[in-house]
Every structure is written in structure tokens, then in C-alpha cells.
Design a protein around this ligand. Structure first.
Ligand code: ZN
Ligand code: ZN
Length: 278
């Protein structure tokens, strides 16, 4: 099983050393982990200037030596924040470092007003406006061709005010198909981000309805990730996610090396006994 969204001490909001994440991955039966720290390129972001690529790659080389011989592949990854108005900085980063990673997530964390998507976003805009804007930005991020997968596709649902928590993805179905078209045309994947299972909205981002429509649209490229910021959640809900994907008609998830994604049958991943490697 693969956990392709894990933060380490190279992210501004995380203190976990790489080796703790890797040890936790082994214990959870994860066979491939991507260490995907935040690349925040907006000057107002709390993480701006925090990431140090050279130090990240040094630490990665060290943790790879520590875990050599273990049944765990450790991938160089990044979660790059994308927003239309930071595009020049993102381009510069991707052109400079992109080839050094195995796997790059593109994530939209900001609304079009330049503020982080947060509960306060919904005080300024209706849910329909927030989602429409978010899906437009996703399409733009996909069309850059800079990313291997799209992070937490329907993240605004995480911050919906409690009284509007009855999020119904069917309301946005028509807006999602152009997102799927862009993904399929660009050969870009999207992730099932399991962090939503552990916190609000108590469901993966996205959930099964969106996966079914994507399969209907002809999509085949999905990655799995926990978005862990502590070692204890590495691998959490990945097995359940694979079972969900299979029920939705997906047959494989992607494994990455050097920015190239290869499909791996879900049945092969699920046939390994739980806790393997622990
Ligand atoms: Zn994110
Ligand atoms: Zn993340």
C-alpha cells in the first residue's frame, strides 16, 4: 500500500523527522511512502521561505540509507501550493527542482480573494461560489502540466460551516466533469486524501461519489495519501480507501518513480495481509 502524502520537519506546520514517518510506514504495512513537504510560494503564507530543498534532499538520502534493505521505498515528493497569482514563482520552482522529485502534488489552498480556504471563507462567499472558484483553479493547475496529482480535490468541504455540513457533491457534478476532462487530457492523477476521515468532514477528500463519476468519465489515475503531519497517522485509512476505490470500479492506483506513474492493481495491494512489515 502507498502513502503518497506525508509531511516532515521540512514543512512549517510539522515537526516529525523523516525517519519516524518511515518507521511508522513500515509498521502500518505501507510499502511506498512519498515525503511531500509544503512548497509555499506566496509571500504572505506562514510557510513562505521555510522549505529548504537542499537540506530536504540531504535528509532524504540519509533516511534512505537508514531504511535500505527494509520493504519500504522512500520517494522524493513535494506538495506545491498552486494559485493563479503565484504561477510565476511556482513555474520557477518546478523548472529548477521538478526533475529531482519522484512525485509532485499540486494543491489549491487559497480562494480567489487570496485568502486561505478556511471557515471564514464562507462568511464572505456562498458555498456555491467557493466550490465554483475552487474547481476553476483546479483546472488551471492541471493545465500547467507541472503536477503528477491534484491534492484534496474538494477541500472546501472541510471548512463548511457546521450548519452547511450536509455537503452533497451531486450539487457540483456538472462542474466536476470539466475537471475530470482536464485530468484525463493531461494524464494527471488526483489523490484520495484520507485526512478528512480523521477530522472534519469525516470523509476522504474526495469521497466515493466523485470517484464513481471520474470512472464514468473514463479516468484511471488515482493516488492515495494520508496528509500526515504526525507519524502515528502514516498509512491511516489507506486499506479502506483501496477497498472503496475497488467498489467504485477502479482497478489500480499509481506508483511513481522519477515523475512517471505506473498502475499497480488494487487487488495485488489488498492481498498483502494487514500489518505486513510490522
Ligand atoms: Zn494541502
Ligand atoms: Zn499536505
Amino acid at each position: 500500500m502507498f502513502d503518497y502524502h506525508v509531511h516532515t520537519e521540512f514543512s512549517v506546520d510539522c515537526k516529525t523527522p523523516m525517519r519516524d514517518n518511515c518507521a511508522a510506514a513500515l509498521a502500518a504495512g505501507i510499502t511506498e511512502i512519498a515525503l511531500t513537504d509544503h512548497i509555499d510560494l506566496r509571500p504572505s503564507d506562514p510557510g513562505y521561505g521555510y522549505y529548504r530543498a537542499e537540506a530536504y534532499f540531504e535528509s532524504l538520502a540519509s533516511v534512505r540509507r537508514t531504511f535500505a534493505g527494509e520493504p519500504l521505498t522512500i520517494l522524493a515528493g513535494a506538495e506545491v501550493d498552486y494559485h493563479a497569482d503565484t504561477e510565476p514563482a511556482v513555474r520557477e520552482f518546478v523548472e529548477r527542482y521538478g526533475r529531482e522529485y519522484d512525485f509532485v502534488i499540486g494543491s489549491v489552498h487559497y480562494a480567489s480573494d487570496g485568502e486561505l480556504i478556511y471557515p471564514s471563507t464562507f462568511a464572505r462567499s456562498t458555498p456555491d461560489q467557493v466550490f465554483a472558484d475552487h474547481f476553476r483553479q483546479l483546472i488551471r493547475s492541471i493545465e500547467t502540466g507541472w503536477f503528477d496529482t491534484i491534492g484534496h480535490m474538494d477541500i472546501p468541504k472541510r471548512y463548511l460551516p457546521t450548519k452547511q455540513r450536509e455537503y452533497d457533491p451531486a450539487r457540483y457534478r456538472e462542474q466536476l466533469f470539466p475537471v475530470f476532462d482536464a485530468l484525463i487530457a493531461g494524464g494527471v492523477a488526483f489523490e484520495i486524501n484520507t485526512s478528512g476521515v480523521r477530522q472534519a468532514p469525516k470523509a476522504s477528500m474526495p469521497g466515493p461519489a466523485i470517484v464513481r463519476w471520474y470512472v464514468e468519465a473514463g479516468g484511471t489515475r488515482i493516488t492515495t495519501g494520508t496528509d500526515s503531519h504526525t507519524a502515528k497517522t502514516v498509512g491511516a485509512s489507506v486499506r479502506e480507501t483501496l477497498e472503496m476505490l475497488r467498489l467504485c470500479g477502479m482497478e489500480s492506483v499509481l506508483s511513481f518513480r522519477g515523475r512517471e506513474g505506473t498502475p499497480v492493481p488494487i487487488d495485488d495491494l489488498l492481498s498483502v495481509a494487514p500489518g505486513h512489515g510490522s
